[in-house]
Design a protein around this ligand. Sequence first.
Ligand code: SF4
Ligand code: SF4
Length: 374
Amino acid sequence: MASVYFAPARIKKWKYADSMPGKLDLLLREIGLSGYFDKDEWVAVKTHFGSEGSHRVVRPVFLRKVVDALKGIDANPFVTDTVRIKGLDYLEVANQNGINSLSVGVPVVLADGLYGNDNIMVKAGEILGEVAIASLIHDVPAMVVCSHIKGHIQAGYAGAIKNIAMGGVSSSHRHCGWKYGRGAMHTIGEGRLLWDEEKCALCLQCEEICPLGVIKFENEVFGYNEDDCWRCGRCTRVCSEDALTLPGDDERFMKSLAEAAKAVLRTFKPNKVIYINFLTEIQPECDCMPAADVPVIQDQGILMSDDIVAIEQASIDILLKAKPLPQSAAIAHGKQGRQSKDILFGLSRKPYRIQIEEAMRLGLGSRDYELIEI
Ligand code: SF4
Ligand code: SF4
């Protein structure tokens, strides 16, 4: 049975030890970092930098605590993420969200280079075949995966599996294009965008959000450069009219996340990766969207484990006991007849548990866990 350490968000006393940063310090001591990481070893602190407008990321204060704890055992940490938009722009997003070398105390670097095509092909599985893993994540010997838990329009639940699957793989490969990148998870086959003229309100939000600028409306007709498109799906996600779609399949998508996560983890020796799930500012959508909505679930706390399946299962079990927050999208969806005891499922209607079941089937960990509350 896996151990999952849990620090609840509520404080009992007005003192540092009871604060979230103070409890994170304690969690990092409890898990015993020196049992995983060696002196002078490079350790990637993998997080998501967010986007301009989506500010509810893992806060820099928490990243700093992780970095300081790693420095405390003489490891060599750095903070990283893969490119979602042009690399320099993405570093500026990190900066605006407070994540930079001054705040976290170590370099903040892009895992797959400025152009997002610095990656190495790794065998994945039945669905993806091979995937292009960010070269830095491929090469680094150890990693702490810091994930902001939230909902997701396609994944339903976004946690550690999604953080290393989508976030450990590049958008594009120098020679093979999108087919071995995260677009291969987002869509099936050639994944051509389908535009429904009848439904389109010509709001141009899709054109605005495209990180590559490949969408162009001419004479009110949608057009895009199919060869350059990453199949990132952002244009489809911002389309409130359902006028733009990428052909996909929920079950395949969930399973492909687990498959990509396994490919990423295959590049590490055993006991070289630990996971920290931040159940804070739990909003309905991905941190790559152009805005962050108000949280749908109250802050629950921080979880830590060396078992990716156990920490995801424990996070979901905690979220399932939570109530929807007033004035949030969880309540709004309930009014539209989409109320569900499972708040994240009610928001997206996506069978997100398949991610965790598949990760266990692939041998990434155990859904049986012991929750150790500090
Ligand atoms: S976001 Fe949707 S509705 Fe708006 S222009 Fe694009 S396809 Fe049309
Ligand atoms: S999927 Fe849409 S947003 Fe993403 S690169 Fe292609 S056209 Fe642009």
